[in-house]
Design a protein around this ligand. Structure first.
Ligand code: PEP
Ligand code: MN
Length: 338
């Protein structure tokens, strides 16, 4: 249920309503908007008639059910867009945020070279995988903790915050210690124990869509993180499985306006995995921004032909710089910047 409070209440008034919600066996989630404070009461729907009684309090304007199955992720609970600050970079605000870097961290020189070049081209966040979810157990699995240390060095050299993937609950603490945003990959979007664990890690979470995950299922995965106490979830569309084989996945840009309607969370698009071919990445990056995405996740490698993972979809740094110049013009046409 959503408990909408009257404007201008004191913290003590808000606390009083939260206490009553807790006493009824629900968990209160307070969302302070610019105009109003709203409390989401999360718990077993069967007792919702008791919550309705709160409407008789002078501090409460209305008590209404949340219609969507995802609650805290829903625009019903929070109408304003969520913005997430990561080391001075605002995700979900007017600026389109580009996160770029190699699929995998492979060596010191590789990651430092890419980091400096994507920074110079205007990327705001460095991406790079140290723990890699590979389809084959015989493929390169990542440099693991050595890779995390190289990402630390790249952050120091460039000032860029870092997003990197965590695959296992047991590794959340170590990955969180070396990253500014925790990436949950497409293959783990419904790994509920991992989602519960990253909710406690104190770092924003970039939640990729699964390749066979509906938008509703994806938002319910986001709900695991939000209801676990972490409000900083960034969604990332990265392509879904369809009958089409000309591209690696089918980038579902429909998802962007659908998500913008359903949720207040920031939405990124990954045109690298979404297409699987470097020559389609720029077009789909521009299309993603035109469709309303808050940012992009793009793979860049100094020598894609030598990459240990995802070389065919990786851009050379010069092509990434050219992409940025064209995407910037699209962003500006929409009164955004990059
Ligand atoms: C990645 O970002 O390199 C990655 C493995 O992505 P996904 O989980 O979307 O396949
Ligand atoms: Mn990749």
């Amino acid at each position: 249920m959503i408990i909408v409070l009257k404007p201008g209440l004191s913290d003590a008034d808000v606390d009083d309503v939260c206490r009553r919600i807790t006493a009824m066996g629900y968990r209160p989630h307070t969302i302070r908007g610019e105009l109003r404070t709203v409390i989401g009461a999360i718990g077993d729907d069967r007792g919702k008639e008791r919550l309705r009684a709160l409407e008789s309090l002078p501090s409460v304007e209305s008590v209404t059910p949340i219609l969507q199955p995802f609650k805290l992720a829903s625009r019903e609970v929070r109408s304003e867009n969520t913005t997430i600050d990561v080391a001075g970079v605002t995700i979900g605000g007017p600026r389109v945020v580009v996160m770029a870097g190699p699929c995998s961290v492979e060596s010191r020189s590789q990651v430092l070279e890419v980091a400096e070049k994507v920074r110079a081209a205007g990327a705001a966040v460095l991406r790079g995988g140290a723990f890699k979810p590979r389809t084959s157990p015989y493929s390169f699995q990542g440099l693991e903790e050595d890779g995390l240390k190289l990402l630390d060095e790249a952050r120091r050299e460039t000032g860029l915050p870092v997003v990197t993937e965590v695959m296992e609950p047991d590794k959340v603490d170590v990955v969180a210690a070396h990253s500014d945003i925790l990436q949950i990959g497409a293959r783990n979007v419904q790994n509920f124990s991992l989602l519960r664990r990253v909710a406690e890690a104190g770092k924003p979470v970039l939640l990729k869509r699964g390749m066979s995950t509906s938008i509703q299922e994806w938002l319910l995965s986001a709900e695991y993180v939000l209801s676990g106490g972490n409000p900083d979830v960034i969604l990332c569309e990265r392509g879904i499985r369809t009958f089409e084989t000309a591209t690696r996945f089918t980038l579902d840009l429909n998802a962007v306006p659908v998500l913008k309607k359903l949720t207040h969370l920031p939405v990124l698009v990954d045109p690298s995995h979404g297409t699987g071919h470097w020559e389609y990445v720029e077009s789909m990056a521009m299309a993603a921004v035109a469709s309303g995405a808050d940012g992009l996740l793009i793979e860049v490698h100094p020598h894609p032909e030598e990459a240990l993972s995802d070389g065919p979809q990786s851009l050379k740094p010069e092509r990434f710089a050219a992409l940025m110049a064209r995407v910037r013009r699209v962003a500006q046409a929409l009164d955004r910047d990059l």
